[in-house]
Design a protein around this ligand. Structure first.
Ligand code: HEM
Length: 500
């Protein structure tokens, strides 16, 4: 039911309240038992794994639950029917929870952290959409294969030596290199050194620092002092990252067009070359109607956004997928059979752009992986105007709710035996039979993930190449443990590999 409220009593937002409908902001939603003064529900979650503990503790309490820490309340939508309402872009808009507001210290009004009504969001969204079109994906394809070659080179060495591989770390090298080369024609040398590139380490520290600042600031009395102390350290990382990106932008700006052309002609394997990559588009394109351009500061925010949003989410997805494949021999056998059928039995076969689209079962493995472990596990929504949600609560523009995907994607009203890993849930007939918005690992509406096709093409390509080359062997003693950094990722997951 869509109700833009009209009625009698004026409320604080100036919108009238329909009789008998309680306000969202005044409703006490179910929460973990044992709430304490001051800390609220904080003792009830394991600090290192908040998404998982909250998902577990709130299971069955939905459709909306709440969590309180130091007087700050977060409301969480855990069921698909209410989540579907909040995904309706005509009534709701992306909101920024405190964690994302904190990221604005580093990523400003870049695409991920911008408010929808900030002019730079619409400008950047419009300028960058073509960089994620099908022709653009075709142009990135060879670079994706080239980076996969480097991963395979590393894993061949491990296979020869009989060593297991550190799955998440190596896949994170792969996805970081891929986005850096496709989007910015920059090589971080992730496979030529065991050390993380200092820029990457500083970038991650700077982002985590922003989140730490927000968390510490929320603690009454001592918080501000602790946050400021942490900020001094994080400020150095931020300055280093900003300086390096500003240099990168200035260097690209100073390149004469002829030099760009030479570089393009040289056939260097870095995406489609600087002129056509994301940075080239941002520097060289103006809005067709207004002639506006992105400022250098905003371009820096966008580079950071793409480097961060574009790698851990995908490497987590690939890592979880390999975990489930190693644990489900029948699923593995079907995936390998499909890869062999599409790529042929020639060792070293490399998928063409068209072949990636034919790997339908491998794609379903990725879809099902993102159901159980949506690597970006939540996104937030606020109503555009006061509206009644679930037929039961009056939500107003100042209210915000997190759609908790780890819970919504396990809603027993939609998903039969939700913990079972079953890629056939994504057969077309099953997808059509499901309610809309029961599955939203890439968010929703105009603020949905701009990199979705990029992530899916890369994931299917890399997984196919690994399954074509190696028989994978799970460590039978490994129980899935999930670490929560900026995204979700298997912890301590290793695989044995045998060349097929
Ligand atoms: C499996 C991999 C990925 C997952 C699960 C994922 C998930 C998401 C989600 C849930 C959102 C919406 C967040 C919100 O509403 O607050 C989002 C937005 C975004 N993603 Fe992704 N993402 C992935 C890969 C990528 C890649 C590869 C890129 C870049 C190449 C990317 C760039 C972005 C950007 C820029 C936004 C903000 C879009 C906007 O608001 O205009 N993501 N992503």
């Amino acid at each position: 039911m869509t109700t833009v409220c009209e009625g009698s009593a004026a409320d604080r937002s100036g919108v009238a309240e329909p009789a008998g409908i309680p306000r969202w902001s005044e409703t006490l939603f179910p929460h973990p038992p044992g709430r304490k003064p001051f800390v609220g529900d904080l003792r009830r979650i394991r600090g290192v794994a908040p998404v998982q503990t909250i998902t577990r503790r709130l299971a069955g309490m939905g459709p909306v639950c709440e969590f309180l820490a130091f007087g700050r309340r977060v409301t969480l939508v855990t069921r698909a029917d209410v989540a579907a309402e909040l995904c309706d872009d005509s009534r709701f808009v992306k909101a920024l929870p405190p964690g994302l507001v904190a990221l604005r210290r580093t990523a400003g009004d870049g695409l991920f952290t911008a408010y929808s009504d900030e002019p730079n969001w619409r400008l950047a969204h419009g300028l960058l959409l073509p960089a994620f079109s099908k022709p653009a994906m075709r142009a990135y394809h060879d670079t994706m294969n080239a980076v996969a070659d480097e991963l395979i080179g590393r894993w061949d060495g491990a296979a020869r030596a009989g060593r297991t591989v550190e799955v998440s770390a190596d896949l994170t090298r792969t996805t970081l290199e891929t986005i850096a080369r496709c989007a910015f024609s920059t090589d971080f040398g992730s496979f030529t050194s065991d050390e993380q590139h200092p820029f990457v380490a500083a970038m991650i520290s700077s982002l985590k620092g922003g989140q730490r600042f927000a968390a510490l600031s929320a603690i009454p009395a001592v918080g501000a002092r602790l946050a400021l102390r942490a900020e001094r350290r994080d400020g150095e990382h931020r300055a280093y990252v900003n300086a390096m990106l500003d240099d990168m932008i200035a260097a690209r700006r100073s390149q004469p067009p002829a030099a760009v052309a030479r570089e393009l002609d040289s056939g260097r394997d870095v995406g489609r070359g600087p002129e056509g990559d994301l940075l080239g588009i941002m520097l060289g394109t103006t809005h067709p109607a207004t002639g506006e351009r992105l400022s250098d500061q905003n371009i820096r925010y966008q580079i950071l956004t793409f480097l961060v949003a574009g790698h851990e989410t995908t490497s987590g997805t690939l890592s979880f997928a390999l975990h489930y494949l190693a644990r489900n021999p029948e699923v593995l056998a079907r995936a390998v059979a499909e890869v062999d059928q599409v790529l042929g039995l020639e060792p070293g076969a490399v998928p063409s752009f068209e072949q990636v689209a034919k790997l339908r079962y491998v794609r379903r493995v990725i879809d099902e992986t993102l159901r159980l472990w949506p690597t970006a596990p939540a996104f937030a929504r606020s109503p555009r105007e006061a509206t009644v949600v679930g037929g039961r609560w009056l939500m107003e523009p100042d209210d915000m709710a997190l759609i908790l995907l780890t819970a919504v994607h396990r809603d027993p009203a939609v998903w039969d035996d939700p913990e079972r890993f079953d890629p056939d849930r994504f057969l077309p007939a099953a997808v059509h039979a499901r309610p809309a918005h029961a599955y939203t690992p890439f968010g929703t509406g105009e603020r949905a993930c701009i990199g979705r096709q990029f992530a899916l093409h890369e994931s299917v390509l890399v997984l196919a190449r690994l399954l074509h080359r190696y028989a994978i062997e799970a460590d039978p003693s490994y129980a899935l443990s999930v670490t929560e950094r900026l995204t979700l990722m298997p912890r301590g997951f290793r695989l044995g590999l045998v060349r097929r």
